[in-house]
Design a protein around this ligand. Structure first.
Ligand SMILES: Cc1cc2nc3c(=O)[nH]c(=O)nc-3n(C[C@H](O)[C@H](O)[C@H](O)COP(=O)(O)OP(=O)(O)OC[C@H]3O[C@@H](n4cnc5c(N)ncnc54)[C@H](O)[C@@H]3O)c2cc1C
Length: 472
């Protein structure tokens, strides 16, 4: 006999935005037995806010991207918790490896042409985003600024592609499907809405209904998250049951919502699921990608940049790039930008991504800092002091994430698969929704974001709410 909301048992794998969103929605809708199993020892997953310098550092998600049709923004817009950053990245200088700063006007023109080269609804692209951007950019250069220094334009385009790749989360733009990129629906409004000095974890507190200074365990999830529980196996059993195995404990439940990252699925799907996942889901898991984007937070005694300098994008001269690639600092090619951040007056934030980001994760702190100081000396005409301390992320090396956020590949296009296959539930006997999938990568239109992860968690909770609608 079918159970009801009060009696059925649900295990949610992962306490990131998606898992927390799913659990809280279920609890608010009369489900009584909801348990989150989390491998780490904190709530938030890729939302990780920790004390740093004058307030906090967001090691993962930092900004709410957009203000319209964005479920995160909708939850906070009436509260005094967030503020727009504005066109901050427009003010970041472009600096060549011979210390030359590109005149602002020329920099803006190049940027305008590059952004105009990104596929949009009116210019549908086939093939990769990279090939489209490169072709359109050079057409724009020839039409609009034919006399520009070509070497400079090449350096700029390289830097722009790296910056865009880090926004997309990819190793390079040539892996990204131009068509699927258009499936991402950008929410209108400021793309860098920030959480003042509280960090993105403030959003989780809202979801869990915990006050700003209250301990997290007092909210809706009180007693419902088990930490240090790495799920190794999820078995669908006869009789509409599932067994979830952790190293030291097993759970019998009626439904599982799995929210682990695409990287974890790629690495562990062969051993994690019994029976094995269906071919369509395997195809989606294998052809979508989870990229690497890492952050480095440098804390100084006082802010090290001159007034009016908010940061820089490194542009490598061809000869310098050649030398760099043969040196021990080769990974620095993956540095996409270095700049100030709001609410942290003594902190500078640097980004490193892709294959170089993965290499950087393997360096010791000493090696890492030595390279960074070398980069500052190479590019800047003012002296950067040694930081008081610094923090760097290693999202790729962490086995509970294996990367930063997902993107859509040309391979997925060719195989005609995508988020829809990743999101589709595995039904058990009598059309029982046994094993459900959430997490940012399952979002068709808002993948790679917190609002996408949250919507995905709600989507799967709603699936169960609807399934049990009749008996409640
Ligand atoms: C550097 C960086 C910057 C970002 N910046 C932004 C931004 O500014 N704005 C934005 O909207 N988004 C940003 N994102 C993306 C955003 O953080 C993610 O899309 C979102 O947080 C993902 O949530 P999730 O619940 O899908 O996955 P996760 O947060 O990864 O949650 C999954 C959870 O599952 C746990 N887990 C994994 N394996 C197991 C297992 N076997 N057993 C039990 N538990 C397991 C993990 O520990 C994790 O807690 C950023 C991400 C990174 C890394």
């Amino acid at each position: 006999m079918k159970k009801c909301r009060a009696s059925c048992r649900i295990a949610i794998i992962g306490a990131g935005a998606s898992g927390v969103a799913a659990a809280t929605r279920l609890l608010e809708n009369g489900f009584c037995h909801v348990q989150i199993l989390e491998a780490e020892d904190y709530i938030g997953g890729r939302i990780r806010t920790i004390p740093f310098a004058d307030n906090v550092a967001d090691l993962g998600a930092q900004w709410c991207h957009g203000m319209k049709n964005n479920c995160v923004y909708d939850m906070v817009k009436h509260l005094d918790l967030v503020a727009p950053t504005g066109d901050f990245f427009n003010d970041v200088a472009m600096v060549r490896s011979n210390k030359e700063v590109i005149p602002l006007e020329l920099g803006h023109k190049l940027q305008e042409m590059a952004y105009g080269s990104i596929p949009n609804d009116s210019t549908p692209a086939v093939g990769s985003m990279g090939s489209y951007v490169v072709e359109q950019f050079w057409k724009a250069v020839d039409n609009q600024i034919p006399d520009v220094d070509r070497e400079l334009a090449v350096e700029f385009l390289e830097s722009f592609q790296k910056h865009e790749s880090s926004i997309e989360g990819s190793d390079n733009l040539f892996e990204i499907s131009g068509r699927s990129h258009l499936e991402y629906e950008e929410c209108e409004g400021d793309q860098l809405v920030h959480w003042r000095c509280k960090g993105y974890a403030r959003f989780l507190r809202l979801l869990m209904k915990v006050g700003e200074d209250e301990p997290c365990e007092l909210g809706l999830l009180n007693g419902r998250v088990k930490f240090g529980k790495k799920v190794s196996r999820i078995q669908i059993l006869p009789g509409r049951k599932l067994q979830v195995d952790c190293e030291d404990e097993s759970f019998k439940v009626d439904h599982v919502i799995c929210t682990v990252s695409l990287g974890v699925l790629q690495k562990e799907m062969d051993t994690m699921f019994s029976p094995p996942l269906p071919p369509a889901k395997v195809k989606a898991i294998q052809s979508l990608r989870l990229g690497t984007v890492d952050k480095i937070f440098f804390e100084y005694e006082t802010h090290p940049f001159p007034k009016d300098f908010v940061g820089f994008y490194p542009l490598w001269l061809e000869k310098d790039l050649k030398e760099l690639r043969e040196s021990k600092h080769a990974w620095l090619e993956g540095i996409t930008g270095i700049h100030n951040i709001t609410c942290q007056p003594r902190v500078v934030l640097a980004w490193v991504g892709g294959v170089h980001g993965r290499k950087a994760e393997l360096l010791t702190d000493e090696e890492f800092l030595e390279s960074m100081q070398w980069l500052f000396r190479k590019f800047l005409s003012f002296e950067m002091p040694e930081p008081k301390r610094f923090l760097r992320t290693k999202w790729y090396l962490n086995p509970n994430f294996r990367g930063s956020y997902s993107y859509r590949t040309t391979t997925a296009d060719e195989l005609d698969t995508g988020a829809w296959d990743l999101a589709s539930p595995i039904m058990g006997e009598e059309n029982h929704p046994s094993l459900l999938f959430a997490g940012e990568a399952t979002s068709r239109s808002h993948y790679s974001t917190v609002h996408g992860a949250t919507e995905a968690g709600w989507r799967e909770a709603d699936r169960l709410i609807e399934y049990y609608a009749i008996c409640n």
